[in-house]
Design a protein around this ligand. Structure first.
Ligand code: UT7
Length: 325
C-alpha cells in the first residue's frame, strides 16, 4: 500500500491590532514620510495588515493557529510527532521557535525545528514534512508558517514598511493511503541574496550590520513572475496533471499584481485565485497557510479540490506544492 500525506485540518491566527493604509500613512506622514492609501492599493492590493503587540513572539502567534488546526483535524496535540515552523523572525537566535512552540502545546519528545526559506518557507516546510511522513519518520505533523515581520521593518523606508504584516497559519499533515500531496518543486538561487535581505547578525554581544529589511522591489517583482509560472508547470508535470486540473491557486500573498499575473500565465480565471493580501499584507512564511485557512473556513475550498500552493522570496527562493485537499 502506498503511503502519502494529506492535510487533515487548517488553522490560523492574526494579532488583534489591525492597521489600515490610512492609519499607517498618517503615522508615517507625522514623521515626514509621504505615502497614501491610493498608492498602496494601486501598487500592491494591500488595504490593511495586522501588527503584533511588543513582546508577542512568533511562537505566541503560532500557538492559537496550531490549536485551530488540531481542532479542525480532530487530532490531539499528544498525537503530533513532528513540528516544522517556517519563519524568518524566530523568537530567539536559538533554540528554535518550533521547540518553544512544542512546549507551549504541552508536548515533549517529538522532533521540532525551524525552517528558513523566507517567503517560500511554508512550501519548503510542507515538502519536508511530506517527505518525512512518506518515509515513515512521522505520522502526524504540525506544519506552521509564523512571522512577526513588523520587528524587522524599517519604518523610515516607505518602499518596504507598507507591505508587510504579522500572523500565523498551520496545518496538520497526516499519513494517508490516499494523496494528499501530489508533487512539489523547490528552488533557491543565492546569486540574488542582496535583492531581499535583512543584512544583520549577532556577534560578541552586539548586533552587527543592519537588522532591517531591504528590498529591491522591482528586481523581486521581475524574478517572481517568471519563477512562479515555471515552478507551477514543473509541479503539474511531476504529478501528471495540467493547469486545467487546478481548482484553487494559493500563491504567496505579496502583491496582487504578481498573483494575478501568475494566474494569467497559468490560464486560470481570477475567481480561482485565493486573495488575502488585501487584509493581511505580506506575512512572509505565514501568508500561504493564512490564505489556505481563510479559504477553507470561508467555504471556498472544499474536500477533494486540487490546490496549487506557491511561494517566492528572499534567498532567492521559490517553489510549489500541488495537493488534493
Ligand atoms: O515577499 C517576497 C516577495 N516580495 C515581493 O513580491 C515584492 C515585489 N515587488 C513589489 O511588489 C513592487 O515592486 C513594490 C510594491 C515593492 C513597488 O511597486 P512598483 O510598482 O515596483 O513601484 P516602484 O518601486 O517602481 O516605485 C514607483 C514610485 C517611486 O517614485 P518615482 O521614482 O517614480 O518618483 C517610488 O519612490 O513610487 C514611489 N514609492 C512610493 N510612493 C508612495 C515607493 N513606495 C511608496 C510608497 N508610497 N509607500
Amino acid at each position: 500500500m502506498n503511503r502519502y500525506s494529506r492535510i487533515a485540518g487548517t488553522g490560523s491566527y492574526l494579532p488583534p491590532r489591525r492597521v489600515t493604509n490610512a492609519e499607517l500613512a498618517a503615522e508615517l506622514g507625522g514623521r515626514g514620510i509621504e505615502t497614501s492609501d491610493q498608492w498602496i492599493v494601486e501598487r500592491t492590493g494591500i488595504r490593511a495588515r495586522h501588527f503584533a503587540e511588543p513582546g508577542v513572539t512568533t511562537s505566541d502567534l503560532a500557538l492559537p493557529a496550531c490549536r485551530h488546526a488540531l481542532e479542525a483535524a480532530g487530532v490531539s496535540s499528544a498525537d503530533i510527532d513532528l513540528i516544522v515552523v517556517a519563519t524568518s523572525t524566530p523568537d530567539m537566535v536559538f533554540p528554535s521557535s518550533a521547540a518553544i512552540l512544542q512546549h507551549k502545546l504541552g508536548i515533549a519528545g517529538c522532533p521540532a525545528f525551524d525552517l528558513q526559506a523566507v517567503c517560500s518557507g511554508f512550501v519548503y516546510a510542507l515538502t519536508v514534512a511530506d517527505s518525512m511522513i512518506k518515509s515513515g519518520a512521522a505520522n502526524k505533523a504540525l506544519v506552521v508558517g509564523s512571522e512577526v515581520f513588523s520587528r524587522i521593518l524599517d519604518f523610515n523606508d516607505r518602499t518596504t514598511c507598507v507591505l508587510f504584516g504579522d500572523g500565523a497559519g498551520a496545518v496538520v499533515l497526516e499519513a494517508s493511503d490516499q494523496p494528499g500531496i501530489l508533487a512539489s518543486d523547490l528552488h533557491a538561487d543565492g546569486r540574488h541574496v542582496g535583492i531581499l535581505c535583512v543584512p544583520g547578525t549577532v556577534s560578541g554581544g552586539k548586533v552587527l550590520g543592519e537588522p532591517l529589511l531591504k528590498m529591491d522591489g522591482q528586481a523581486v517583482f521581475k524574478l517572481a513572475i517568471g519563477v512562479l509560472e515555471d515552478a507551477a508547470r514543473k509541479t503539474l508535470a511531476k504529478a501528471g496533471r495540467t493547469d486545467a486540473d487546478i481548482d484553487w491557486l494559493i500563491p504567496h500573498q505579496a502583491n496582487l499584481r504578481i498573483m494575478q499575473g501568475t494566474a494569467k500565465k497559468l490560464k486560470l480565471p481570477l475567481h480561482k485565485l485565493i486573495v488575502t493580501v488585501d487584509e493581511h499584507g505580506n506575512t512572509s512564511a505565514a501568508s500561504i497557510p493564512l490564505a489556505l485557512d481563510a479559504a477553507v473556513r470561508g467555504g471556498q475550498i472544499e474536500r477533494g479540490d486540487t490546490l496549487m500552493l506557491e511561494g517566492v522570496g528572499g534567498g532567492f527562493t521559490w517553489g510549489a506544492v500541488l495537493l488534493d485537499y
